[in-house]
Design a protein around this ligand. Structure first.
Ligand code: AMP
Length: 570
């Protein structure tokens, strides 16, 4: 049977890969699917979507879907784009009212569910919805037996794209619209920077309703012809077993792909922390095979991002892997990846997120004066680094917040130069030259001073007694103390100080059982100037984080420091 798909760059790339090469594998079952199958299955699923839509035009229509991390997810996502519609992945972990909100807000006309989530979908569809989507249940496996010959024709992408919802820590989640041209630009930028290849095998342990899991760990590998193996939800022991499998004599694993060695791993810092903690409890033989698996000779690239990477985690990973250095990068839903360290170990500078990625234009805007900080003038007359808001421009930046022109207008600022508006990230950084870095001839984008993230302007830049303190800098110092296992540094409102610097700490109970604010201050004395040392501190058992390891600091500060608010703050 003959079928066509639109000539979008992603389909052109997929059609160009070896049709026998593995595109997607599923770790627990050992099943795998080739690039040849993928194209055929996407065209078949696109036909189902069209039929379910009543044969109507799907251009730009929103297709929401609840599908587990699997080949079926990949097919559904690509089929929605092939129908020139906007794919809206939903997290099965969201409570029903959250799903209801997204369906209402996106005005989805279709809700696709896999058999596993049919009842979830039915539950939401029974709630009050402004527009009742048609429910399409996927067959048990979308991979068809019938071979189709797929050709590409028609270059008009129309409304094809992806919509991801922001975490919505302060307001209701916003729909971030990423047209396929933006996704393509993001993938091309990452391919150039991190050099994904057809021989890369990526182990995928992240949720798929965030940019990290979707663009960095799925769409870009598919663009490059790499293999993606799903293993979700993340389980440290299972991941170690899987990484170690190719290096253990006599192990039997399902299928051939799950015996492939993993060459590419991109996760959030908390995943590295949990892997480091659980490695000690593995049987000796497994411990050794796991170390071999993550050594630089085998794991080609290990990336960390979505939250700041603590230096002790980076150092411990380097020791455990016998020399592999974590590569840190910075990005957000609205912009994909924006800044990244380089491939040379010398270009993976501690505490830095590197340089603007290929095709990304970045600038820093002084948080006090609102002036653009000219390159080379990153230090003021008194020799102090000038923190600035990161602003970005270029083909990788999102188009708009869905049906929210006010929010969109607020976050973009026009540029008198006429080269398009800049997106205000709300994140603050300083730039600093590092003479030993930035010399890789193959990575010309990795040049000049490096960016160091100070945190979010609204939550991490704490104004205390007229000084500005970066919560991330204080967290970095606290985390390098042996007593501290986890920390969140937050702003505690105070009538006298504007804000006080507050620390919420989980102790490493192997090291210490009790720790007082006085102990903390003593330990930080030689590391931080006085005004940066937290004035208030609480020890807790647990710091709540979302699926990407992020902390809602405002909520946390309110919950933990309620008694410390002076009562005379405005
Ligand atoms: P999200 O849109 O949910 O991916 O969150 C993006 C936010 O995560 C950014 O605006 C930053 O505040 C934070 N972030 C991402 N990467 C890093 C990093 N490497 N270091 C510190 N913060 C980061």
């Amino acid at each position: 049977m003959l079928s066509t798909l639109p000539r979008l760059p992603i389909f052109q790339a997929v059609a160009g890969h070896d049709p026998e090469a593995v595109a997607v594998a599923h770790s627990p079952s050992g099943r795998s699917f080739t690039y040849g199958q993928l194209l055929a299955d996407v065209s078949r699923a696109r036909d189902w979507l069209r039929e379910a839509g009543g044969g109507a035009d799907l251009d730009g229509a929103r297709i929401a879907f609840l599908v587990e991390n699997s080949y079926d997810y990949v097919v559904t996502l690509l089929a929605a784009m092939a129908a020139r519609s906007i794919a809206v992945p939903l997290s099965p972990a969201f409570p029903a009212p959250e799903l209801q909100y997204i369906l209402n807000h996106s005005e989805a006309s279709l809700l696709v569910s896999s058999p596993k989530f049919t009842s979830r979908a039915e539950e939401v569809l029974a709630m009050e919805l402004t527009l009742q989507p048609t429910h399409l249940e996927l067959a048990k496996h979308v991979s068809g037996q019938e071979r189709r010959h797929v050709t590409l024709e028609g270059t008009d992408p129309a409304g094809a794209g992806l919509m991801l919802y922001t975490s919505g820590t302060t307001n209701r989640p916003k729909g971030v619209l990423l047209p396929q041209s933006v996704l393509t630009a993001q993938c091309q930028s990452l391919m150039q920077a991190w050099k994904y290849t057809p021989s890369d095998h990526l182990l995928h342990v992240l949720p798929l309703h965030h940019i990290h899991g979707t663009v960095n760990a799925l769409l870009t590998p598919l663009f490059a012809g790499s293999s993606v193996e799903f293993m979700f939800p993340f389980n440290a022991h299972a991941v170690w077993k899987r990484l170690a499998a190719p290096f253990l004599a006599g192990t039997t694993t399902n299928g051939t792909t799950t015996r492939s060695k993993v060459t590419f791993f991109t996760v959030v810092p908390t995943v590295y922390s949990r892997l480091l903690a659980s490695h000690k409890s593995l049987p000796a033989e497994l411990q050794e095979a796991a170390r071999q698996a993550i050594s630089p000779a085998n794991l080609r690239i290990n990336i960390s991002g979505s939250a700041a990477l603590p230096t002790p985690v980076k150092a411990a990973w380097q020791t455990l892997s016998r020399g592999n250095v974590l590569l840190e990068r910075y990005g957000m839903t609205e912009v994909g990846m924006a800044l990244s360290c380089g491939l040379d170990f010398a270009d993976r500078v501690d505490a830095s997120v590197g340089w603007p990625l290929p095709s990304v234009q970045a600038r820093l805007v002084d948080v006090d004066t609102g002036e653009v900080i000219p390159p080379g003038q990153d230090v003021d007359a008194a020799g102090r680094e000038r923190p600035g808001e990161i602003q970005l421009r270029g083909p990788t930046i999102f188009k708009e917040y869905w049906r929210n022109p006010d929010a969109t207008a607020k976050e973009f600022i026009a540029d008198p130069g006429g080269h398009g508006p800049w997106f205000k990230t709300g994140d603050v950084a300083v730039r600093r030259p590092v003479p030993s870095a930035g010399h890789n001839a193959g990575q010309p984008w990795a040049r000049g001073p490096l960016y160091f993230i100070q945190g979010r302007l609204t939550a991490d830049i704490i104004k205390t007694g007229g000084e500005k303190v970066s919560a991330l800098e204080v967290e970095r110092e606290l985390l390098s103390l042996p007593e501290v296992a986890e920390v969140a540094v937050v702003a505690v409102p105070s009538g006298n100080w504007g804000h006080k610097v507050g620390a919420i700490i989980v102790l490493d109970t192997d090291v210490i059982q009790q720790w007082s604010p006085m102990d903390m201050r003593r330990a930080l004395k030689s590391r931080l100037v006085n005004y940066k040392i937290p004035q208030v501190m609480r020890v807790v058992d647990h710091i709540p984080r979302n699926a990407m390891g992020k902390i809602n600091k405002k909520q946390l500060a309110r919950a933990i420091f309620a008694d410390d608010f002076s009562g005379d703050e405005k």
